[in-house]
Design a protein around this ligand. Structure first.
Ligand SMILES: N[C@@H](Cc1ccccc1)C(=O)O
Length: 544
């Protein structure tokens, strides 16, 4: 709340927040909180936010050690007695091996010590300039070019990419968030404040449990006992009628005219059924192509299956909280297959199977973190691990919801559906992948496809898939694909001759292309365009 008030309040008198990081620091706010508020306000169009990226200089692990304990040359100098000398062996015992080695060469270069079998001081006093410089960097101060270069050459500093936003007032800007209501109550009507209240958008993604038909909700008004979403959908519908046609609203509210209520039930039921039908259509395409459906029954996944098993390094930007929703409770997973975890750790750290790995220290704590799965490839990694335990050729698919901490705009949502397909067999090639994709998309009515080389941590080669959008008159990226890397497959237990070709795409993008929709928010979330939905219920394809 504090961050939200600060941002909206500031924009009341200023045109722009040029740097969210500086804004947060000046007010003692946590930048992550500020970023989350920016994303949310941007989604509701209170503000317009533009990404900014900056390279900042930070200390490496080695740099941090010297900032605390002093540079190796000074540590070495101080270990040499003021008078007389010390033998190499003795000195070596006093210091950490790396400090000794670097200290010797730097102290000799600075002409501070006389090297030989015996080492002695050449000067009385030295200053730890390296430590001072490192502390200045930690303090956020700028250094001169020469100093920067020398610290960089010694690998004591490194550039880190920092992500933030610049922010301006958006089309729906207001100095405070408007009060929103889910239900239109008798009090609103009596007091007349229904005129000023903003009602929350319809939640078309709400779907009751199978024992809770919308009809039941409307006829009994008791659906909240079964499923809160149904109740919400019901009350939103009421609000809609009142706001969009006072007369009809009065009818429904006062007498609950059963005729109108039933017409509405029918309309909603048709829309929901059509959505399921279209999803079913895609499932059928997969089934006709002999693919089996993978179980998609979890939104919460561990970082391990979502990232580590896929050979995605632990420092990868997708794994930071600006991109991924991490869980607060339960924050970590309890169960991972220990032997396999060990193999994954090894391949990240030092490679194997012809790979050099990433050469960093892999941390179990990172892998244990729970998150909302960011792609359905997390499901594929679990399935493939199980398949590797007793291999037979398989074709799998899944269609379900995934989550990314994205700023919502015309082509991005924070929550969307992914379709994923994979084929696991001996001797597969990129040609097979292209063939399968062309077959799949042409069955969907999309023949205009283009492929572009891409990079994914888990596939090599990788290809982005583009399809032509007639409405936008341009090529739109609809998916991503590739051949899973040996670094992913071999630790699972697959033999060298087994390949996996795979692709993932959002359900919403092809839908936009097929139905000529220009703004993804017309489909889901933000402003649902009822006209569009009425005209073409099939466009609800992406909504459960
Ligand atoms: N997981 C990728 C899609 C993908 C799946 C399988 C192979 C390659 C890419 C994504 O989310 O964009």
């Amino acid at each position: 709340m504090i961050a939200e008030e600060a941002i909206l309040g500031y924009l009341e008198n200023h045109d722009e927040i040029s740097d969210s990081g500086q804004f947060a620091t000046d007010r003692g706010l946590d930048h992550n909180d500020v970023v989350n508020v920016i994303k949310s306000l941007h989604g509701f169009r209170y503000i317009d936010a533009q990404d900014i990226k900056k390279e900042t200089l930070v200390l490496t692990e080695e740099g941090k050690k010297y900032a605390e304990k002093g540079s190796p040359e000074v540590q070495l100098f101080l270990a040499v007695p003021q008078e007389g000398s010390i033998s190499k062996e003795e000195l070596q015992k006093l210091l950490d091996p790396a400090v000794y080695k670097i200290g010797c060469s730097q102290a000799a270069k600075n002409k501070w010590v006389q090297m030989g079998n015996q080492i002695s001081r050449k000067v009385q006093h030295v200053e730890d300039r390296v430590k001072d410089l490192l502390l200045q960097i930690q303090d956020g101060q700028e250094l001169g070019k020469d100093d920067n270069n020398s610290l960089k050459a010694r690998k004591l500093t490194a550039l880190q990419t920092w992500k933030g936003y610049s922010v301006k007032r958006g089309p729906e800007y207001a100095p405070r968030r408007r009060r929103t209501a889910t239900d239109l109550t008798r009090e609103h009507l009596q007091g007349g404040d229904w005129r000023n209240i903003e009602f929350k958008e319809y939640n078309f993604s709400a779907k009751g449990a199978t024992n809770c038909r919308i009809g039941v909700a409307i006829n009994t008004s008791k659906c909240n006992h079964f499923h809160a979403n149904c109740n919400t959908l019901y009350s939103r519908k009421r609000s809609f009628f009142v706001l969009h046609g006072n007369f009809i609203g009065q009818l429904i509210l006062n007498s609950l005219s059963s005729l109108l209520a039933h017409m509405f039930i029918l309309a909603i039921a048709t829309i929901t059924r059509s959505a399921d039908q279209v999803k079913e259509r895609i499932k059928n395409i997969f089934r006709l192509m002999n693919f089996e459906e993978m179980p998609t029954n979890r939104y919460v996944e561990s970082s391990f299956w979502n990232f580590d098993a896929l050979f995605q390094p632990q420092q990868h930007p997708a794994r930071d909280s600006h991109d991924t929703f991490f869980l607060k409770a339960p924050a970590t997973t309890k169960q991972l297959p220990e032997d396999y975890v060990e193999m994954v750790k090894r391949v990240h750290e030092s490679g194997g199977y012809g790979s050099r790995g990433y050469g960093y220290e892999w941390k179990r704590e990172e892998a244990n973190k729970n998150l909302l799965r960011t792609h359905t490839t997390a499901i594929s990694s679990r399935m493939l691990y199980a398949l590797a335990q007793s291999f037979t050729p398989k074709k799998y698919f899944s269609i379900d919801r995934v989550f990314r901490n994205e700023a919502v705009d015309r082509t991005h949502l924070a929550e969307f559906h992914q379709i994923e397909g994979l084929v696991c067999d001996r001797g597969l090639t990129l040609g097979h992948l292209i063939g399968v994709l062309q077959d799949f998309f042409s069955r969907l009515g999309m023949d205009k496809l283009k492929f572009k080389p891409a990079y994914n941590p888990y596939t090599e080669p990788s290809m982005e898939i583009f399809s032509y959008h007639e409405g936008l008159k341009k090529w739109v990226e609809i998916g991503n694909s590739g051949m899973f890397r040996p670094e992913m497959l071999r630790p699972m237990g697959f033999s060298e001759d087994v390949n996996v070709i795979a692709w993932g795409l959002s359900l919403e993008r092809p839908t936009m292309i097929l139905y000529g929709i220009n703004n993804i928010r017309d489909l889901f979330g933000h402003k649902v365009d009822l006209g569009l939905i009425k005209k073409n219920p099939l466009c609800l394809i992406g909504i459960k």
